[in-house]
Write a protein that binds this ligand. Structure first.
Ligand SMILES: *Cc1c(COP(=O)(O)O)cnc(C)c1O
Length: 394
């Protein structure tokens, strides 16, 4: 075991910020009341939730009545898609999404296809960008929903959300965006961007796991997700996750307060990582858009390398990163995102995602590149494909 951990997997999850934990703690103990009860400790909790809801609404340019707390990004995505499908089935059964969505959207679409809905999966270009002409051409009279992620979790590409929103609006089609990776990092205005539904999650922004929200524009006919009590204006029953909601709101508040500073810090380290890798490691390809890219995302494919071996060797040096294949789920398929941007299977397999935070230092970045250079060289020297390649290129 390495004695120091370098965490570069912030797209997978983030640690809870100390201020967030401090804000949450009293709600586990002395402020434990059920917000639906009428005595004063409960009324206080109810007020705290109201304040959190207003705070969060303000971060995306809407009002509190449009914010619904959920158990995270996956639940928000599921709710947005399934409930729209159910509520708008009278208008049509066609949904448009992209090939690079998170599985919370893609697998929900597959579920809906099994229930008679038709889904168009838009292609993206070699940088992961959606083609607006293709999007517009895909809209039909029976299209009920367009769901395009704000920013991609693997390659960091930020989609042209405002333009997509304008197209959806012009055609009278609802627009949902999975903003789990973009929330608090990119500026979001649901009015200017014509967003009807937006998913976000606490644990990707320095908040706790198991809490998130779905923004639903007033007037959108969306069915209840969970039936029971009257919580979340009867649309999502269940005693509120008070600690989670307080933590989510605090994390969002802090992230937005420091957004400019965090973005600047991250971009500097990100660009340093990209520049050094491109300069010092041969046969490496940067995945994702160079300009329209999340400030904390670095994603490279290294030819003649097996991603899992790279991760294990990085782990040996205390570096936490992630790769472009889904071996964790027991399958050897390379990432659907990397295939969608046109990478061959064997190249997609040799991919590495480093997602930094504002706490990542230049020294850590340099240690990661130094380690990576050594690991890539070691693995290539063991690869018969690389040996052939070098022989043939001589
Ligand atoms: C992490 C993530 C999700 C899922 O969020 P959870 O809160 O873990 O359920 C959905 N979409 C994207 C883009 C993500 O990165």
């Amino acid at each position: 075991m390495a004695d120091k951990i370098i965490y570069m997997d912030n797209a997978a999850t983030t640690p809870v910020r100390p201020e967030v934990l401090a804000a949450m703690l009293p709600y586990f103990t002395e402020k434990f009341g059920n917000p639906s009860s009428i005595y004063s400790i409960s009324a206080e909790n109810k007020n705290a939730i109201t304040t959190a809801r207003e705070m969060i609404a303000g971060t995306i340019g809407t009002t509190a009545e449009n914010i619904y707390f959920t158990a995270g990004g996956s639940e928000s995505d599921n709710w947005a898609l399934k409930a729209t499908a159910e509520a708008y089935v009278g208008k049509g059964k066609h949904i448009i999404t992209t090939k690079i969505e998170h599985h919370a959207v893609l697998h929900t679409c597959e579920y809906l296809e099994k229930h008679g809905f038709e889904v168009t999966y838009l292609d993206v270009d070699e940088n992961g960008m959606v083609d607006l002409k293709q999007l517009e051409a895909a809209i039909r009279p029976d299209t009920i929903l367009i769901s395009v992620m704000f920013a991609n979790n693997e390659i960091g590409t930020v989609e042209p959300i405002e333009k997509i929103g304008a197209i959806a609006n012009e055609h009278g089609v609802l627009f949902h965006t999975d903003a789990v990776q973009a929330y608090t990092k990119e500026n979001i205005d649901v009015e200017a961007m014509h967003i009807d539904m937006l998913s976000a999650s606490g644990h990707k922004i320095g908040g706790p796991k198991g809490v998130g929200f779905l923004y639903i524009r007033k007037g959108v006919k969306i069915r209840s997700l969970i039936h029971g009590g009257a919580q979340e204006r009867r649309r999502r029953a269940g005693t509120e996750n008070v600690t989670g909601i307080i933590g989510l709101a605090k994390a969002a508040e802090l992230a937005i307060l420091d957004q400019k500073e965090i973005t600047e810090k991250e971009k500097k380290i990100r660009d340093h990582l990209i520049a050094r890798i491109e300069k010092e490691i041969p046969y490496a390809r940067l995945n994702g858009d160079r300009e329209k890219r999340l400030a904390n995302n670095v994603n490279f494919s290294f030819r003649f390398i097996e991603g899992e071996s790279m991760l294990i060797m990085l782990d040996g040096k205390g570096i936490c990163a992630s790769s472009g294949s889904a071996c964790t789920s027991g399958s050897l398929d390379p990432s659907h995102v990397l295939l969608a941007i046109g990478l061959a299977h064997e190249i997609a397999h040799g991919s590495l995602r480093l997602t930094i935070s504002d706490k990542t230092t230049q020294e850590e970045a340099d240690f990661v590149v130094d380690s990576l250079k050594e690991i890539v060289e070691k693995l290539r020297n063991m690869s018969p494909l690389y040996e052939d390649f070098i022989k043939n290129s001589k």
